[in-house]
Design a protein around this ligand. Structure first.
Ligand code: FAQ
Length: 313
């Protein structure tokens, strides 16, 4: 079959809402786009454990500690499902981790901001997981089977994460004046970086056109950002907190909130590795990889021993 016929059949399958599976024919660019997006998503989950991991030993109660521990463990699980989904496309986990460690693969900009107070755990759950859900629910319908199936479980867990974060914010916002101030400060610091998570504006997003045609992405970066802002403003009102954007106002005609200009210089600066915590985050990941070498060796030796015993039997 010619390449053209294969491509037509591939696109028809996508248009008919059928899934593409690992052994199906696919254009090389589709494979590469998925490897890029899924591996970067996996790296985001693993690096995303660090800002919250910073607060596990300082959680204010046993209940809060247990919940935060469970959440951070979930993020590790998400990373593992996603690395497995990417492996079905012909890249190994070691190759993906090399790309993270040498800085050639990206991970979400949001995880390069510091977590300075306990309220940041609330703001991350509410805003960062809230933004992640908005972006990831449509990924459950992504055209690539293994990615779409991984996202179903991930999204269920993300909703627990969002709720625990909102509950922390609610407790602080209804607490003492000092607690409310702490919640407002966390919102002030995390608001803009959270809305940057959706990526550049549509006209500056080089990957969107193909990803939308291939139904990897179902909504554009700007559409998802707008949906997130529309639901989150109402949640901030319930908390009695103020979103740090003087231009934020309801636009009756559009049926959406208008919002201020995003600082794209800050976004690209963080993406390029110069955010407040980029170096610290990468160092932590590289250290964990090096210190974990003996665990990987032991696991491999154990698997080989088991396989040898089985073949004798
Ligand atoms: N940070 O052409 P586009 C989470 C890059 S998980 C860094 O629009 P695309 C859970 C982009 O890669 C959060 N880089 O790209 C959690 C591209 O560069 P490249 C992660 C960014 O792929 C919560 C370039 O800019 N979620 O939060 C960012 O079509 C709490 C041009 O952009 C996912 O990964 C950014 N924010 O759309 C965990 C979801 N935005 O690769 C722990 C899956 C853009 O060409 C604690 N990913 N770039 O060199 C996606 O939906 C998409 O990849 C987008 C970007 C929407 C992120």
């Amino acid at each position: 079959m010619s390449n053209e016929t294969l491509e037509l059949a591939f696109q028809k399958k996508i248009d008919d809402e059928l899934k593409i599976e690992p052994k199906d024919w696919m254009p090389e660019k589709y494979r590469q786009t998925l490897i890029r997006q899924i591996s970067q998503h996996a790296h985001s989950e693993i690096v995303g454990m660090l800002p919250e991991g910073n607060w596990i030993t300082r959680a204010p109660s046993l209940r809060r500690k247990a919940v935060l521990l469970a959440k951070v463990q979930d993020e590790a699980g998400h990373g593992l499902y996603l690395y497995s989904a990417a492996e079905t496309l012909g890249i190994t986990r070691d190759q993906m981790l090399d790309q993270l460690h040498d800085g050639t693969a990206k991970y979400s900009s949001i995880f390069n901001y510091p977590t300075l107070s306990w309220a940041d755990m609330g703001a991350i759950g509410w805003l960062v997981d809230g933004a992640a859900i908005m972006n990831q629910v449509p990924l459950c319908r992504c055209s690539y089977g293994p990615y779409s199936r991984a996202m179903i479980r991930v999204c269920k867990e993300e909703s627990f994460h969002q709720r625990q974060g909102y509950e922390i914010m609610l407790t602080l916002a209804k607490g003492s004046a000092a607690q409310k101030k702490m919640a407002q400060d966390a919102l002030n610091r995390f608001w803009w970086p959270s809305i940057m998570m959706f990526g550049p504006n549509d006209d500056a997003s080089p990957n969107s056109k193909l990803s939308m045609a291939w139904k990897i992405k179902r909504f554009s970066n700007d559409d998802l950002r707008q949906k997130f802002i529309d639901v989150t403003v109402e949640q901030a009102n319930i908390l009695g907190l103020t979103i740090p954007d003087p231009d934020l106002k309801w636009n009756e005609e559009r049926g959406h909130y208008d919002f201020g200009e995003i600082n794209w210089d800050e976004f690209w600066n963080v993406v390029k590795g110069n955010g407040p915590c980029n170096r610290q985050r990468l160092e932590a990941r590289k250290n964990a990889w090096e210190k974990g070498a003996w665990v990987r060796e032991a696991a491999l030796a154990h698997a080989q021993k088991k396989a040898a015993k089985q073949s004798v039997a």
